[in-house]
Design a binder for this molecule. Structure first.
Ligand SMILES: NC(=O)C1=CN([C@@H]2O[C@H](COP(=O)(O)OP(=O)(O)OC[C@H]3O[C@@H](n4cnc5c(N)ncnc54)[C@H](OP(=O)(O)O)[C@@H]3O)[C@@H](O)[C@H]2O)[C@@H](O)CC1
Ligand SMILES: Nc1ncnc2c1ncn2[C@@H]1O[C@H](COP(=O)(O)OP(=O)(O)O)[C@@H](O)[C@H]1O
Ligand SMILES: [K+]
Length: 496
């Protein structure tokens, strides 16, 4: 799914209105109907609902939502914050439609702000994507009062005061919703850690904006949904006469004394991704551990007891993964230095392989094009050599890094962002905080190395691998709960 900026979404609305054709008033009705459908599936008519509206089209949505809920016999109170002399045309039209049904409570000064009771619901329709400046005055006071209440808050389209495509100032006063129900496509802010408290649990509802516009409009941002991933057509079917040679031979290099588990986890995940053969280079202290815990893998023990030091003969391997548990010993650095110019096969760099690259930045120029790097935010900061100002700055640095080095970077975390060498970014839709546990990233390295080994092109291996890793994590969390989840559970749930 493509992610669009606010100006693009506005153009998308206008294109749909012109080409469907549909009036903007009807489009508002359609959007609000989609919201109400979502709402009624979750909340019954025993609750008290406060719809708090502004005077733009987001407020217009609020008025329609209020009317539709009244028609469904919900207990609805409608408030309008008078932040400008007149409302948008669609707001005014819907205000007129509401009058025979109920009284609208106008908020014109601080003393008009109601108390929102603990058990009630607040539908936030103050400001949407038309936010043009920070909230102030009694509008900000209303937001503060809603946030201070214990009511359940549901934002219409986007939380009032939250900027969709650019960072907010720390001092901005913004609704902190429990849920955001957004129209047609997620906003960029929804996949940034810094906006988390201003988004809550979010869901996109389809309001039937033009498919032709979406197809024709370019964007660097994508959201990897199930249907998007299915379009890759990466099959889980194996041909009847397939043999182990049909699925490639992976080489994983990693582990050091005390961190052999990391490379074992990667190895297990690599095997489960479907590779024909797997060879694992570990220091000698890892030999018995690997052979015992994973008899399916072949071991290539380094002469050194504690760390990897030897550049293996990489001829014949379909793909390479290096880093989990690797350590940063000077002898291992030497290995990496000598390995880099020899690599002709697709390669994944993770963990200490990335840290060594950060500490010896001249090595970055030796990365083969389309290599896949899988840093967590701290590792990415080390690769950059400097911190970022905010999440949007981070995204732009990520795009630039991928373009400059012609590599694929999977910046891990909730909504892992995969940056391609052409500057596009794919935000992942799967995964859960249960995966914030040691070894989860090692599993990802094994999965992506395994996909590369089977001949899947690097950009697909990265996006698909990240998606499937999160999906396996979601299945694992269903079984073990989020706190109970460990990295091995992700491996046990792998399969596509
Ligand atoms: N057909 C469509 O387009 C559809 C649109 N849809 C809905 O429309 C929403 C976007 O609507 P919108 O563009 O009218 O913007 P919205 O956020 O309601 O506010 C704009 C008003 O607020 C004002 N204002 C801004 N910032 C302010 C501040 N800090 N403090 C005070 N005032 C402030 C601003 O004033 P101005 O900047 O002009 O001075 C203007 O008067 C979108 O999120 C979705 O919910 C859906 O129905 C689907 C169909
Ligand atoms: N809150 C979260 N939501 C979704 N996925 C997460 C979350 N926290 C961590 N993950 C995933 O778990 C993995 C953690 O990787 P990493 O930090 O490298 O762990 P390790 O080094 O212990 O293997 C990443 O793939 C990341 O996307
Ligand atoms: K809103």
């Amino acid at each position: 799914m493509k992610l669009f900026t606010v100006p693009q979404i506005r153009a998308w609305d206008a294109y749909t209105i012109a080409h469907e054709p549909i009036s903007s008033l009807q489009l508002m009705e359609r959007a609000s109907t989609a919201f109400v459908k979502w709402f009624c599936e979750r909340f019954d008519d025993r609750c008290t609902i406060n719809v708090v509206c502004g005077m733009g089209n987001n407020g217009g949505d609020g008025l329609v939502i209020g009317r539709l809920l009244l028609q469904k016999c919900y207990n609805v109170h409608i408030f309008v914050v008078k932040h400008s002399a007149g409302g948008s045309a669609d707001f005014e039209a819907n205000l007129a439609r509401l009058h025979p049904m109920t009284t609208v409570h106008w908020i014109t000064e601080s003393t008009d702000i109601p108390h929102f009771a603990q058990q009630s619901l607040v539908i936030d329709a103050l400001l949407g994507s038309g936010l043009s400046r920070p909230t102030q005055g009694f509008l900000a006071e209303v937001i503060q009062k809603i946030n201070d209440s214990s009511a359940t808050i549901i934002a219409v389209d986007i939380a009032s005061g939250l900027l969709a495509d650019t960072p907010n100032a720390l001092s901005d006063i913004i609704i902190k919703p429990d849920y955001t129900v957004s129209f047609q496509c997620p906003k960029l802010a929804f996949v940034q850690p810094q906006s988390a408290e201003y988004v809550g649990e979010w869901q996109v509802v389809d309001i039937g904006l033009s498919a032709a516009y979406a197809e024709a409009t370019a964007t660097p941002y994508f959201f990897s949904t199930a249907s998007f991933i299915n379009d890759f057509k990466i099959s889980n079917r194996r041909k009847k006469y397939a043999h182990k040679g049909s699925f490639g031979h992976a080489l994983l290099i990693g582990g050091s004394y005390g961190k052999i588990g990391a490379i074992v986890l990667s190895s297990k995940a690599c095997l489960r991704s479907g590779v024909g053969l797997l060879t694992v280079q570990t220091p000698r202290c890892g030999y018995d551990i690997l052979q015992t815990s994973l008899p399916e893998a072949m071991a290539l023990p380094d002469w050194h007891w504690m760390v990897n030091t030897t550049v293996p003969n990489i001829d014949g391997y379909s793909a390479v993964g290096i880093g989990p548990g690797l350590g940063k010993d000077p002898l291992t650095l030497q290995l990496l230095r000598e390995l880099l110019p020899k690599l002709t096969q697709p390669t994944v760099f993770d963990a200490d392989a990335l840290n060594l690259l950060s500490e010896h930045r001249e090595l970055l120029t030796l990365l083969p094009p389309n290599s896949i790097l899988t840093p967590h935010p701290k590792e990415f900061q080390r690769l950059l050599g400097r911190p970022w100002q905010d999440d949007f700055d981070k995204l732009s640095l990520l795009q630039t890094f991928a373009q400059q080095h012609q590599v694929i970077v999977c910046l891990k975390g909730a909504h892992t962002a995969v940056a391609l060498p052409n500057g596009t970014l794919y935000f992942n839709s799967t995964g859960n905080p249960g995966m914030a546990t040691g070894g989860s990233g090692d599993v990802l390295t094994g999965i992506i190395t395994g996909l590369l080994t089977q001949g899947i092109p690097p950009h697909q291996a990265a996006i698909f691998g990240v998606y499937q890793h999160g999906a396996a994590g979601d299945r694992a969390a269903q079984k073990c709960t989020q706190p109970g989840l460990i990295a091995s559970d992700i491996i046990n749930e792998m399969g596509w």
